[in-house]
Design a protein around this ligand. Structure first.
Ligand code: TXE
Length: 486
């Protein structure tokens, strides 16, 4: 990319696009080609301070609107995003290296849907009244204050909008710090807010890295709430910083999810979904099933069919509608994944497919960050690669002999985010699901999302729940008013 078409982004503070105070920049690269595509402000404490001041100044005006008026703003934001839907998909694919079909069908579509969903959901939220014999209790949902929102690179606008929509709806004002690796669609959201005239200071974006911009946001004394999605190690730092100020805290962290294939699973018809659960977004989704537990009686048959399907996936040009898998987010992330594959080999794992650069990879992508989908057999369930989150296109396979053993293996890790069970017996699958220590379990499907249900993890996968009423509760303070009857 030449200097002339290099994208330069600014922070969005108090309704103005502006550079960071220190005038330092972070380079942003295309994962597919390794080319420099953009530069963003390397913001620091001063910029966070400015954004928090802007959000504080805007708070009274925004929080005094009725909830219907704020829901109306959400619809206007959704309409603004809708009018730029294809641009969102193109920017997301460029910035993350993901296939354009995924960016269109999942990232762009869900980002818009998140605003519409919360605007409509609040209409179903009934006033809570608790009558006593001599008094009436009425529950109010008041705004919390200034919401600090920190988001990762795997589903950039999808996850940012999942937080921004309920935060604004409930009357909070927002300071958002998107991932420094994927800033482009967060900037587009700021442009939409600006175009439709959201009052200055209600929504602010500060670009930058975790240490210089993220950390000052999490510890800022005037920030009342932190919603964070990212890695577990970072989540631990965020929790420490937020705890001293008693901020409301929601952490959506990593996962090491089990996909359980029971003896009676219809592996032929379900195989495309099982492969999708393993490799969607190059395995860079916290919900992906990175450990497949297979009943021993169908092990060989399953493995042959699975590897066959995986090797037939098309890995390559993200802009090609027919591409199934694109690039990984960064060179550092690719190298981390390769180091896990090396560990797997040392632990006795057998690489059934993948393990490095895709075969016959086009030369235009030779400097990008790529790994072919990788399937590893022969590892013990408690080996490093089966226990730690790799967050890439790597799946390990493990046999089990009965449901008890499947549960034992599934619950062996420190994570507890999601899981899926595949079986002809839905009742047995549903009962088995209750024994998995994770926040979400799908039976005969994966990532089949109803936005009203609770979303979040147990153990090292997070703290709290978002989604539907859980987001309404998290982004507000429930206050009870008890009036004694005369
Ligand atoms: O994420 P980070 P990274 C997992 C995955 C991945 C690992 C690390 O295993 O390999 O996390 O990824 C900001 N205070 N997931 O390093 O660092 C950062 O700038 C405040 C799972 O890319 O967690 C970014 O905006 N903020 C995950 C955000 O935190 C800080 C998705 C997430 O970055 C900060 C992504 C600090 N001290 C990775 N340090 C999921 N749950 O889906 C960084 N940040």
């Amino acid at each position: 990319m030449t200097e002339s078409n290099l994208i330069t982004l600014n922070n969005y503070i108090e309704g103005k696009f502006q550079n960071s105070k220190c005038n330092h920049w972070i380079d942003n690269y295309s994962p597919a080609t390794g080319d420099l595509i953009a530069r963003i402000p390397c913001s620091s404490t001063e910029d966070i301070d400015d954004a928090v001041t802007a959000a504080t100044n805007a708070f009274n005006g925004w929080s005094s609107l009725s909830i219907e008026e704020r829901a109306d703003w959400l619809i206007r934001i959704a309409d603004g995003l809708e009018s730029r839907k294809e641009e969102i998909a193109q920017l997301e694919s460029l910035d993350t290296g993901k296939p354009i079909s995924l960016a269109r069908g999942v990232d762009a579509a869900r980002s818009i849907a998140n605003f519409r969903f919360f605007a409509n959901h609040i209409l179903d939220h009934e006033q809570q009244i608790f009558e006593m014999s001599d008094a009436t209790n009425r529950v109010l949902y008041k705004p919390v204050g200034i919401a600090g929102l920190i988001t990762p690179w795997n589903l950039p606008l999808y996850l940012l909008s999942w937080k921004v929509a309920p935060a604004l709806l409930m009357g909070n004002t927002v300071v958002a710090k998107p991932s420094e690796l994927t800033p482009l669609t967060a900037n587009l959201l700021a442009e939409v807010m600006d175009e439709i005239g959201v009052p200055p200071g209600v929504f602010n974006i500060v670009h930058g890295n975790g240490i210089d911009a993220g950390a000052p946001l999490t510890s800022h004394p005037k920030v009342n709430l932190i919603s964070f999605t990212g890695g577990t190690a970072t989540g631990r730092e965020v929790a420490k910083a937020a705890s001293s100020g008693f901020k409301k805290l929601s952490l959506e962290l990593g996962g090491k999810n089990a996909t359980i294939i029971r003896h009676d699973a219809d592996i032929i018809s379900k195989m495309p979904e099982i492969v999708r659960a393993s490799f969607m977004n190059q395995g860079q989704v916290c919900l992906c099933g990175s450990r497949i537990l297979i009943h021993e009686t169908i092990y060989d048959e399953f493995v042959e069919s699975f590897v066959n399907t995986v090797t037939n996936m098309s890995v390559g040009d993200p802009s090609d509608e027919a591409t199934d898998l694109g690039a990984l987010i960064s060179a550092a992330h690719r190298d981390k994944i390769l180091s896990y594959i090396q560990i797997a080999k040392e632990e006795g794992g057998v690489i059934l497919c993948g393990g490095g650069m895709p075969l016959n990879h086009p030369t235009q992508f030779k400097d990008g960050f790529w790994i072919a989908p990788t399937v590893i057999d022969g590892l013990k369930p408690d080996s490093i690669c089966a226990m730690e989150e790799i967050f890439g296109p790597v799946v390990t396979l493990h046999p089990f002999s009965n449901d008890d053993e499947a549960v034992e293996i599934a619950n062996m890790t420190d994570y507890g985010l999601a899981g899926s069970i595949w079986t002809a017996d839905s009742d047995a699958g549903s009962e088995l699901a209750e024994r998995i220590d994770s926040g979400m379990v799908w039976v005969n499907c994966w990532l089949h999302r109803d936005l009203r249900v609770p979303f979040g993890g147990v153990k090292n996968s997070g703290v709290g729940r978002e989604g539907g009423d859980w987001s309404i509760g998290f982004f507000s303070e429930a206050v009870n008013i008890c009036v004694k009857h005369n």
